[in-house]
Design a protein around this ligand. Structure first.
Ligand code: DMJ
Length: 933
């Protein structure tokens, strides 16, 4: 796609200011750019380099948006591997993720205001016309209220906000007459029936055509919703009210927020992840700043910024105080229990929390923002992307990465606050990684597994709504954007709402809001923004000095999430024993175990079994410590078991026109060449005859020296492997015969042997589900010669191949190849041409075992321990510890010395209540295991 006629790329200058509001000025304090005050630390980036990176972002956006418009529109999203649109109902269901898709051209609407930020004004004008012409908001589809609000209502309002700005400027959008706003209002009314609950909390889903109550609605039976789902409406709903004068939207969103506030856990001031929309009971009592809660906090602070209502700031500050007291363990942010906030609920973090440093910048609490951001960056440097979840010692917990923008968002805000060019370098790395690992001929593909570099056929709309906006703005100077970005606030989906709304149509009666707050006292300005004008000239190395101790945090750390440093130093006593530190040969540890009521049994096979009898603990506090120790041990053991399973492998198509850009998730085999230990295998592919590979091959000349493709079914995997190996193949790919199966929707497994000795099999064997396999089969139809790489982790693209591709011609050739793939992908036929009757048989005598994927079963406490007073765990553990831990230990010891009288603040709890609590914990753990982001 070419640059917009009259649109501006980097380097142009149109400084024009939109109206300001005082509220905005106050709250935008922390976003005052400090670029001019930076004098030391990372070397400054030249204007040319910034422009180059900005232009690269524009080219990347064109690649994503252009392919969506060409191959997917009017579908909701682009499927970048098969190069077609994702239409709900036509693809296998992915569960809740699909609730964002309402057959309303989601990606187009979500991209509207990005087009203006990126100076693609002409394209914006075209896109608005398409929305008005093509989008139907009345489909018989059940959608998520939350996603529809942030992406579609937010997208329409962001589009409207910039449309009226452009109209006022006098060149573009002169024909515009609030049509997007009218659509937004129509959608707002469609969402309102969701609020018809006694609590005022919205139902999580609604049918766009039939609402909630009608029998045709197919929804309305849900009892729970997530806190973020109910608490992330106020910006869009208030903007809709203020733009249109219809106050009902703001009223409903305020009512939901008021209810959540009332339901906060009063002693901790935290909220849980899931709430019952009818009773207001917390269904999940764990609490963090990531999945399920994130944007509730974001919207409290931003509602204050946009609406100027002090009660929102006071609520935010109350929660923030609790977050910093219990959840923040710099650089980590760890979930805790709302009723026992000193007890961690998890030993891992999810990727959504990466937005939090950005919010801390807006709040003005820069130090922890720098720390957490740096920790996240170290994780990214290790895995190229932020895995969906990672443990406190920075191992992958959930390996996928759907191109989430949160880290880019925080990078942008930190750069704005500090002016430190380090953050520009961070942005540059993000751009490089996206191009290197996620870019495919037809867009950008989500990572299925950051460890292997394999892809998922998915490009979420938020990638266009948010990622490109934040990356572009990171490198942009004021004159590179045709309006003043500081006149707007970013919604959670990065849609832009003008700050002048704070003084428009303020007709919401205060009686509808909690009015217990009159004036803000000084405490509301604790942790406020350090004045960058003072901070940085005095200490230009400020941000760097905070980052420096964290440089090796990922490579050299022990998990520290379990024991709270503050607990340790407050206690005046030794911190409790952590599962990871436990050594069965250490007498001191055995003594602690005994106190906690944990006994240790040496099994005959050399393993050690731990059993807890809470009743035998020295005190209820020791019993509680024992409980926590056992929980840690169960998680640790589950993690270790997971690690022992073979991770998925990658099939990378390296020949023209793919050049390594398409990486498919493959299941490993428990026999044959182990790709994690040996060099990868590279070769052209050839179909075996018979296609099922269950007898001696009749086409050995075709497969000799090649990687044979074999269809699953009718004999054992090992037998197939032997047959293709005897025919001279150097590797094999088994393709699932179950048409439509995909690693996106089915759990991956390992191909097990046949119960006999499989040492004779020396070639590597991988398994592909049908959809991934058909990508290779389509490529063969189209290009005949298709070369692939079988490996444990995708390799960088072949530099020689890369050089052949010049940026100017890249889009053309990619689009052409993508088109070809798209047209051929409709014709895939996996049935063996030679013997159709054989192929139609669908028996699978081979042995399977789960591969290490998110779908693999994991041990939960309830599975492990049916009796709460008798916990079992068997394990053997090392007691290795590292720098960070030692530092923390030292810190806690020092602070212990200076605080000899401070106690942990724990009350002695009766055993009954500990057991009751424990049951709750187990429930929470079970639910967390099931939880999807
Ligand atoms: C976006 O849709 C929004 O930012 C939302 O609040 C949560 N995260 C996704 C992208 O990761």
């Amino acid at each position: 796609m070419s640059e917009a006629g009259g649109g501006r790329g980097f380097g142009s200058s149109v400084p024009q200011r939109a109206p300001w509001s005082l509220v905005a000025a106050t709250a935008a304090l922390c976003l005052v750019s400090a670029t001019s005050v930076w004098t030391a630390g990372a070397s400054p980036m030249s204007r040319e380099e910034k422009q180059k990176l900005g232009n690269q972002v524009l080219e990347m956006f064109d690649h994503a948006y252009g392919n969506y418009m060409e191959h997917a529109y009017p579908a909701d999203e682009l499927m970048p591997l098969t190069c077609r649109g994702r239409v709900r109902g036509q693809e296998p269901s992915r569960g809740d993720v699909d609730d964002a898709l309402g057959k309303f051209s989601l990606t187009l609407i979500d991209s509207l205001d990005t087009l203006v930020v990126l100076n693609k004004t002409k394209e914006f004008e075209d896109a608005v016309r398409k929305v008005l012409r093509d989008v139907n908001l009345d489909n018989d589809v059940v959608v998520s209220v939350f996603e529809t609000n942030i992406r579609v209502l937010g997208g329409l309002l962001g589009g409207h906000s910039l449309a009226i700005m452009l109209k006022e400027k006098g060149e573009y959008m002169q024909w515009y007459n609030d049509e997007l706003l009218q659509m937004a209002k129509q959608l707002g009314y469609k969402l309102l029936p969701a609020f018809n609950t006694t609590s005022g909390l919205p139902y999580p889903r609604i049918n766009l055509k039939f609402g909630i109550r009608k029998p045709e609605a197919r929804t309305g039976t849900e009892t729970d919703t997530c806190t973020a789902c109910a608490g992330t409406l106020i910006l869009e709903f208030a903007a809709l009210s203020r733009f249109t004068g219809a106050t009902i939207f703001e009223e409903y969103a305020r009512k939901a927020l008021d209810f959540l506030w009332e339901k906060r856990q009063r002693s901790s001031n935290l909220v849980g992840v899931t709430i019952n929309i009818h009773t207001g009971d917390w269904v999940r009592k764990d609490s963090g700043v990531g999945a399920g809660i994130d944007s509730y906090y974001e919207y409290l602070l931003k509602a204050y910024v946009l609406l100027g209502d002090d009660s929102f700031l006071e609520r935010f500050n109350t929660h923030y105080d609790a977050i910093m007291r219990y959840i923040s363990q710099p650089p980590l942010l760890l979930d805790v229990h709302i009723h026992k906030p000193m007890l961690n609920a998890r030993t891992w973090m999810d990727a959504l929390l990466a937005f939090f440093p950005g919010l801390q910048v807006l709040k003005g609490d820069i130090r922890p923002a720098i720390e957490t951001h740096e920790m996240l960056y170290q994780v990214i440097k290790k895995h190229n992307f932020l895995p969906e979840a990672f443990t406190t010692d920075f191992r992958v917990h959930w390996a996928q990465h759907p191109l989430r923008p949160e880290f880019a968002e925080s990078t942008y805000f930190l750069y704005k606050a500090t002016g430190d060019p380090y953050y520009l370098e961070v942005g540059k790395t993000l751009i490089e990684n996206l191009n290197k690992y996620a870019r495919v001929p037809c867009g950008f593909a989500a990572m299925k597994d950051v460890r292997t570099g394999s892809h998922e056929d998915r490009m979420d709309s938020f990638f266009l709504a948010e990622m490109f906006k934040y990356l572009y703005l990171l490198f942009a100077d004021k004159e590179d954007v045709i309006f003043d970005i500081e006149d707007y606030i970013f919604t959670t989906e990065a849609h832009l709402l003008p700050l002048w709304l704070s003084t428009t149509n303020q007709r919401i009666s205060k009686k509808n809001t909690t009015s217990e707050y009159t004036e803000l006292d000084d405490s509301n300005f604790d942790w406020t923004c350090p004045n960058t004008q003072i901070l940085f000239p005095n200490d230009p190395l400020y941000a760097q000095s905070i980052r420096e101790p964290l440089k090796n945090v990922v490579d050299k750390s022990c998990p520290r999430g379990i024991i709270r440093v503050e607990e340790s130093f407050r206690s005046g006593a030794k911190p409790p024993l952590r599962a990871r530190d436990f050594m069965a040969t250490n007498p001191e540890h055995l003594e602690i175990l005994k106190k906690m009521g944990v006994s240790l049994i040496h099994l005959k096979d050399g393993r050690v079994q731990l059993v807890q009898h809470a009743i035998q603990a020295a005190s209820s506090i020791d019993a509680e410590d024992g409980l926590r120790f056992m929980q840690e041990m169960i998680e640790l053991s589950s993690q270790q078991q997971k690690e022992q399973q073979l991770p998925p492998r990658a099939v990378q198509i390296v020949s023209h026109p793919f050049f390594g850009r398409v990486v498919l998730t493959a299941g490993p085999a428990q026999f044959g060449l182990d790709l994690s230990k040996h060099k990868e295998t590279r070769g052209f592919v050839a179909s075996s005859k018979p296609y099922n590979g269950c007898s001696e091959l009749t086409n050995p000349e075709a497969v000799t020296g090649k990687i044979a493709l074999i269809q699953r079914g009718q004999c054992m995997f090992a037998e197939k492997a032997r047959n293709i190996q005897n025919a001279g193949a150097i590797g094999g790919i088994v393709i699932d015969d179950n048409e439509g199966s995909s690693s996106d929707t089915a759990p991956l497994f390992q191909m097990a042997g046949d119960g006999k000795d499989t040492d004779d099999i020396t070639i590597p064997m991988l398994f592909l589900f049908s959809k991934e396999g058909s990508i290779i089969l389509d490529a063969i139809r189209e290009y005949e010669e298709v070369e692939v790489l079988l490996s444990d982790k995708a390799k960088d693209r072949d530099p020689e191949m890369e050089n052949e591709e010049q940026p100017s011609s890249e889009n053309d050739s990619q689009n052409q190849s993508a088109e070809q793939i798209a047209s051929s992908s409709q014709e895939v036929d996996l049935v063996d041409q030679e013997s159709p009757e054989e192929s139609s048989l669908n028996s699978h005598p081979e042995s399977l075992s789960p591969a290490d994927t998110d779908n693999a079963a994991s041990i939960s406490p309830s599975e492990q321990n049916s009796n709460p007073t008798e916990n079992h765990e068997t394990t053997s553990l090392d007691g290795e510890c590292t720098d960070l831990d030692n530092q923390l230990q030292e810190q806690s010891e020092t602070e212990e010395d200076s605080n000899p009288n401070v106690s942990w603040g724990k009350k002695v709890q009766p055993i009954d209540s500990i057991l009751a609590d424990w049951n709750e914990d187990i429930e929470a753990f079970e639910m967390m295991e099931k939880d999807e982001l």
